[in-house]
Design a protein around this ligand. Structure first.
Ligand SMILES: [Zn+2]
Ligand SMILES: [Zn+2]
Length: 202
């Protein structure tokens, strides 16, 4: 499902059969209702074929697999021609960095006026900004539960532990209601009323 070497997720595509997308190509995420262990998220993603498709991703794949905290990632070691697991090694490295105060993902919570560490399961909506260089992401704060809109680089989302030093934040309090949030999200993203905020979590 998640490939740590290419940092991509594999999803079905009606045109290509299968496609690989990075987190920044996700468009919408919501947790499926009901008791699932682990929780299951329904996502919509922008596919290379030009359409958006739905897909399902488990909470483990969404938040932990990019950190190597599942040990089913394997690769062919060219020196020994053997299939070896890199999961344990990646996971250990991630754990060390988190203990040292580095966070794999972070965002700026506007209602709280402070940066917060997050995981991808906190993403709600994503869209390329009109200039096409950055990505607008609506994040549900794990602490206060409110939604903020940040403008970030693709690497900020796709590469764990790559945190932009400065990101765009829109000064707008989003509604709880999903449909209203979607409309507000689009309107704010196109208004370009972003303020820069520094993301240092120390
Ligand atoms: Zn497709
Ligand atoms: Zn918050």
């Amino acid at each position: 499902m998640y490939d740590a070497l290419t940092t991509t997720y594999t999803f079905p595509c009606p045109t290509h059969g299968e496609t690989r997308v990075r987190l920044s190509r996700f468009r919408r995420l919501e947790e499926l209702p009901g008791a699932h262990h682990p929780a299951i998220f329904r996502v919509e993603f922008a596919c290379g074929c030009g359409s958006e498709h739905p897909g399902l991703v488990s909470h483990d794949d969404l938040d932990w697999a990019p950190l190597g905290l599942q040990d089913d990632t394997s690769f062919v070691n060219l020196m020994t021609s053997r299939l070896e697991s890199i999961g344990a090694e990646l996971g250990e490295l991630a754990a060390t960095r988190i203990k040292a105060g580095e966070w794999p993902w972070s965002f700026f919570c506007w209602p709280e006026e402070r940066p917060r560490p997050i995981f991808p399961s906190a993403f709600r909506l994503l869209a390329d900004d009109p200039a096409g260089r950055r990505v607008g992401v609506a994040v549900c704060c794990p602490v206060c539960g409110r939604v903020s809109l940040n403008l970030v680089s693709r690497e900020h989302l796709d590469v764990p532990f790559h945190n932009d030093r400065e990101i765009g934040v829109v000064e707008h309090l989003f509604e709880e209601d999903v449909q209203t949030t979607v409309e507000e999200f689009r309107a704010e993203l196109y208004s370009s009323a972003f303020d820069a905020r520094r993301l240092g979590l120390e």
